[in-house]
Ligand binder design. Structure first.
Ligand code: ADE
Length: 240
């Protein structure tokens, strides 16, 4: 997969050199390139923004500079992703769908955002999606781009060493949060690991984990319980 990220703060994306994503890049599983939007400016001050038409606070990113960058980076197979608090929710299902694509281009806005004509213009050429990673406001799209790249990259074949670990996690196919996990020592700070996990009885362990996942999900995320897909839950039960 190829991913291009365009930003005025390339350093914000340096964590993508580390850990699993960094390894995936070195192994050639992910071709990730981070570009400085200012490389497409031609004035002495390398200007990327201007005051908003209609008035109001803050600055808006200029469409002409974004146009030069995106004309160069977008091919016919590309999907343009624009992180913005006013976008549609980015979820695990979104990450799964994006992991099957050839080429993602992430356009990181700053200030009050990118001139709305940019998304409108490129919609006639490629797929364009404006995403929000949550109901809060960040200072720009960079942190959201980090989230999107990591969530997608870990789903690419070969990136996570043991693909089994992708099956049981929160927001997996069953639609539940993950059950609590424990390791050695069996007793710590007066707290014991639940007996069932030491029993070696696989069916009982599976049932306990399913019950804990359900209890946790109904307590913390009642919205997810309301949306549960019962057929998926049954399939998940059979698999454990
Ligand atoms: N940019 C600023 N806030 C954001 C958010 N919540 N999601 C995606 N991009 C953003």
């Amino acid at each position: 997969m190829r991913i291009d990220v365009v930003t005025i703060f390339r350093d914000y994306l340096t964590p993508l050199d580390l850990s699993l994503v960094g390894k995936a890049r070195k192994a050639g599983l992910l071709d990730l390139r981070v570009h400085d939007l200012r490389d497409w400016t031609s004035d002495r001050h390398r200007t990327v923004d201007d005051t908003p038409f209609g008035g109001g606070a803050g600055m808006v990113m200029r469409p002409d500079v974004w146009g030069l960058a995106l004309d160069e980076l977008l091919d016919d197979d590309a999907h343009l992703l624009v992180p913005t608090p006013s976008g549609e929710p980015f979820t695990q299902r979104t990450a799964e769908a994006l992991a099957g694509e050839q080429h993602l281009v992430l356009a990181c806005g700053r200030y009050e955002g990118i001139d709305a004509r940019v998304a409108e213009h490129y919609r006639s050429r490629v797929r364009v999606t404006e995403y929000s990673i949550g109901d809060y406001v960040l200072n720009g799209g960079e942190v959201a781009a980090l989230v999107v790249v990591e969530a997608v990259a870990r789903l690419l074949p070969g990136v996570v060493g043991n693909p089994e670990s992708l099956v049981e996690e929160s927001h997996g196919a069953a639609g539940l949060l993950e059950y609590p996990v424990y390791t050695k020592p069996p007793e710590w700070a007066g707290l014991e690991v639940p007996d069932v996990l030491l029993s070696g009885h696989h069916a009982r362990v599976a049932r306990w984990r399913r019950d804990e996942a359900l209890a946790r999900t109904s307590q913390r995320r009642p919205d997810l319980v309301a949306a549960l897909d019962v057929a998926e839950l049954d399939k998940h039960d059979l698999a454990t």
